[in-house]
Design a protein around this ligand. Structure first.
Ligand SMILES: Cc1cc2nc3c(=O)[nH]c(=O)nc-3n(C[C@H](O)[C@H](O)[C@H](O)COP(=O)(O)OP(=O)(O)OC[C@H]3O[C@@H](n4cnc5c(N)ncnc54)[C@H](O)[C@@H]3O)c2cc1C
Length: 346
């Protein structure tokens, strides 16, 4: 009898796998590559919402858990995953500059907002109103993390590259049976794939499609991330990710012409140098209306759990929420009411 079947190995499933195995529990992981949110993500960790200059929900605490979590994974997998990457917010007006200073006066935001503005950042990125730097930001190479972690699980013989078929799950008094496997519990970490899950699809998770274009811009020579109407993220080798878009109507996985045109027009208003588009990627963010995760036990089938709803902030949320869920599952710690799926079932 395995302790846990985990369905889905994006950021959520990986974080949970680490937390559970760290507690000496046995796992089996099913992953069918049907969702690509964690693979295409920019991987940015940044506690500040750069539209409004506010702190994202629980972000300071999440940083304290998430960064050491990914650093430990770097050691374990023998790859570089964490890159400290400054983020500069381009100001579009004096008013925005003033809002930045007002925000920086707040105790919660002061550690993250640099008040020494930068007048010029890069010859190809003009700004009339300077740039402000967010402190303590960076990027996780999520695509590499998924690739290496799946390989790691595969070598342990606990990775099943196949679709989890819900109709084959049998609920037993002491756990579940699934095909030839038996387990105490199943945790669904399926991202937007949860909408196809008959046990949890009544939860109000919605898809928010995000797209990036990847450009090659030899003369840009930008070493930092810049946020204006879109993010420009340096990837090395003269490549940059530009985006992302937000679309809660289209839940197809394919890149679209519309997103490409919108990103192009925003990029052209930001940089003055030549570039070419070399790729475009898309994924569906698993989002909730209150922008908080949705976690916990099925109200009737007590062997079943879900860990989802990370929206546009999976990098910081997943390690923290997985830790809370594992403590709940194994030590009986209460789940945070703010993230519990019960808030949607009242
Ligand atoms: C364009 C874009 C940019 C983003 N940028 C950032 C960023 O810079 N920073 C940040 O913090 N967040 C970012 N995000 C958000 C982040 O990617 C998500 O919050 C996070 O990836 C969600 O992780 P997840 O594991 O819950 O879901 P997913 O990544 O969707 O993973 C779910 C996994 O479950 C698998 N699965 C589903 N159903 C089944 C089944 N029946 N059987 C087997 N396997 C199954 C899927 O194949 C998938 O691998 C971005 C998202 C997008 C789309």
């Amino acid at each position: 009898m395995t302790d846990y079947i985990i369905v889905g190995a994006g950021l959520s499933g990986i974080a949970l796998a680490e937390e559970l195995t760290g507690r000496g529990k046995t796992i089996k992981v099913f992953e069918n590559n049907s969702q690509s949110s964690s693979t295409v993500a920019g991987g940015v960790y940044n506690p500040v919402i750069l539209k409004r200059f506010t702190l994202a929900w629980n972000a300071a605490a999440q940083m304290e858990t998430a960064i050491p979590f990914y650093k430990a994974l770097e050691e374990k997998l023998g790859v570089n995953l964490v890159e400290e990457l400054p983020i500069y917010r381009k100001f579009n007006s004096i008013e925005e500059q003033n809002n930045w200073f007002t925000a920086a006066d707040k105790r919660s935001l002061a550690p993250f907002l640099d008040t020494g503005l930068k007048k010029e950042l890069n010859p190809c990125l003009p700004s009339q109103h300077s740039f402000g730097r967010v402190i303590g930001t960076g990027r996780i190479d999520t695509a590499l993390l998924l690739e290496k972690y799946w390989q790691f699980l595969n070598e342990l013989g606990v990775f099943f590259a196949e679709r989890f078929e819900y109709q084959k799950l049998q609920l037993l008094p002491d756990g579940v049976a699934y095909k030839s496997h038996k387990a105490r519990r199943v945790v669904f970490c399926e991202g937007f794939g949860l909408k196809k899950n008959p046990f949890f699809n009544s939860l109000p998770l919605y898809g928010n499609k995000g797209e990036y274009i990847i450009i090659k811009a030899p003369s840009l020579k930008l070493q930092v991330a810049v946020k204006s109407s879109v993010f420009i993220l340096p990837l090395g080798n003269e490549l940059y990710k530009v985006g992302a878009t937000y679309n809660n109507q289209d839940t197809s996985e394919e890149p679209t012409e519309e997103a490409r045109e919108s990103l192009l027009s925003k990029l052209r208003s930001m940089i003055t140098c030549e570039f070419e588009i070399v790729d475009q990627v898309a994924g569906i963010r698993p989002a909730t209306k209150d922008r908080k995760p949705v976690v916990g036990q099925h109200p009737e089938h007590l062997q079943l759990y879900c860990c989802n709803g990370f929206g546009s902030r999976g990098v910081l949320m997943a390690p923290c929420i997985a830790r809370e869920l594992a403590a709940h599952l194994e030590e009986g710690a209460p789940l945070d009411q703010e993230t519990s799926l019960l808030r949607f079932l009242k």
